[in-house]
Design a protein around this ligand. Structure first.
Ligand code: ZN
Length: 310
């Protein structure tokens, strides 16, 4: 049985709780008004955000890289076939990928945990989960920008941010917001790329080394962290971009991309061999971190001891 989360909605500007009074919500604290689109509240602090409420009202809201569920794929015939084939090649799972499941640890300790997912309305997690995104995705409770989470203080047991922090302008501010909405001792789970080329167009701002990612979460104790995709996967990404970087013209790029996908297909088997060493952290594709919120941040000098690499 699927149990949905109970969103603890609050004003993204002043954090006053937002009563569920019809579709359009008014903030009792600062009197700002927040509309809903198709039943989904749009809760943006526009002064801080790259997103605009008006764009959602006009149906021009952010659609993600190519739109969720392929709804933005308006191609047909051979081109559609190509796109599906290329997508299948590029999204093929890495053999021997991580067996780490943060939900096992979270639910073992807090079986009734309320989980907030930021930046992914398509994720399917067990338990009481509130999904949020900047795109009109399937499961979202609201549209929000992670720099100003529209939730009450200390309202969630865990926050998930998978492949999100590279896409925000200010990751430090987003982590501060995650800390704010977490209950004492609450969990954070993040996956963030290190050696990956730019993706999702303009909405791509930064990368983190393993230690940089650890420092970002200095107000958390480490319950599990490591690489997600090793040097082999980093090499795949860079080789594909080496090919597609040859030209800006659309059609030759499609051919080059397909060549690169076919060429790098067998390289998926490199990581189980390459990711066994500390030195492999030097070229990790992405890193994951599961942490428990602390009372105070870890001093930077102590962060150095958490270095992984060679
Ligand atoms: Zn307000």
């Amino acid at each position: 049985m699927e149990v949905s989360g109970m969103p603890h909605l609050a004003c993204p500007v002043c954090h006053a709780p937002l009563a569920d009074a019809g579709l359009e919500r008014g903030c009792p604290g600062c009197s700002r008004r927040y509309p809903a689109v198709g039943g989904v509240p749009v809760l943006l602090n526009e002064a801080n955000s790259v997103f605009r409420t008006a764009d959602y009202l006009e149906g021009q809201g952010y659609e993600g890289a190519s739109g969720y569920d392929g709804s933005a794929d308006r191609t047909g015939g051979l081109r559609r076939l190509y796109r599906h084939f290329a997508q299948g090649l590029s999204e093929a799972p890495v053999p021997g990928g991580s067996a780490f499941d943060p939900m096992d640890i979270i639910l073992a300790e807090r079986p009734e945990a309320e989980v907030l997912v930021i930046g992914s309305g398509e994720r399917e997690l067990p338990g009481r989960v509130t999904y949020t995104d900047v795109a009109m995705a399937r499961n979202i409770a609201c549209i929000c920008d992670a720099h100003d989470l529209p939730f009450e203080d200390a309202s969630y047991d865990a926050v998930f941010a998978e492949a999100v922090l590279e896409h925000v302008c200010d990751p430090q501010r987003v982590v501060a917001e995650i800390i704010r909405v977490l209950k004492p001792g609450g969990f954070v789970y993040a996956v963030t790329p290190f050696l990956q080329p730019v993706h999702m167009g303009a909405h791509d701002f930064t990368r983190f080394t393993y230690l940089g990612h650890r420092r970002l979460f200095r107000q958390f104790d480490d319950l599990g962290s490591g690489m997600m995709g090793g040097p082999g996967y980093s090499a795949i990404h860079l080789l594909r971009n080496l090919f597609t970087g040859i030209t800006d013209r659309h059609r030759p790029r499609s051919v080059l991309r397909l060549m690169a996908l076919l060429l790098t297909w067998p390289m998926r088997y490199l990581d189980p061999l390459l990711s066994r060493t500390e030195a492999s952290y030097n070229a990790a594709c992405a890193c994951y971190f599961l942490g428990r919120k602390r009372e105070a941040p870890i001093p930077d000098r102590e962060i150095l001891a958490f270095f992984r690499g060679h």
